[in-house]
Write a new protein. Sequence first.
Length: 271
Amino acid sequence: MLSQLSPTRLAELCSGHWHHSAALPASFTSAQIDSRMMGQEELFIALKGETADGHQFVSGLRPELGQAAIVERPAPDAPAAQLCVRDSLAALQCISQEVSALTGAVKFAVTGSVGKTGTKDMLCRMLAGFGRTHATKGNYNNHIGAPLTLAQMPEDTEFLACELGMNHAGELSELAQIVKPSVAAITCIADSHIGHFSSLEQIADAKAELFTGLADGGLAILPRDDVFYPRLAAAATTAGAAQILSFGTHPESSLRLLDCNRDDNGLVVTI
């Protein structure tokens, strides 16, 4: 999808300007935050981390392969084109939000205190049977990983399975506005990684922020057995969810687990 955004459009989205623009390709195929992973016609996002600064690696980019970078400060001696912006991470998020708006893929978002990655992986396997599916790599679900997932999405993607995580209130709301999922699921509410929260109620409210980004006609999927189900359902309704489905062993679950047994081939479940 990144290939639909010309260098000029990228500069407009990021409120930036190109340095060494003569070395620019017509478009980019994907984005990376690790310069060692750069391929042909890919865009390197120079981010400053706790142990390394991506700007240190801009000089190693290869303009003959159509590689370029988004930077907060230009490297004058680097031959590759560089889009100079105020904030590289904010630029990545702006680009990802535009990609999300352009794609025709059905977007799924998964969060929860436990089981996010496993649920996302199972969802990805299931969706792959119906069409080209792109998903979050591993558990890279934060304010960097989620936008990067979108920036790396192939143009022919039909389904997106995006895992979203958070450590503070407000973070999921921001990610949800970027992804704009058609289907948003919460696995459960628990005290794992309680971190900056003082209660499970606060965690539930922070997880429910996922629904604020639901696309029109969006579907919310909730854990019916969870003590916070009413709270989550109310939040989904307030956010405008067109439909709420639930899962669990509760008699009122939309998808009710009736039986679960293990055999030599894995698990056999009755729903």
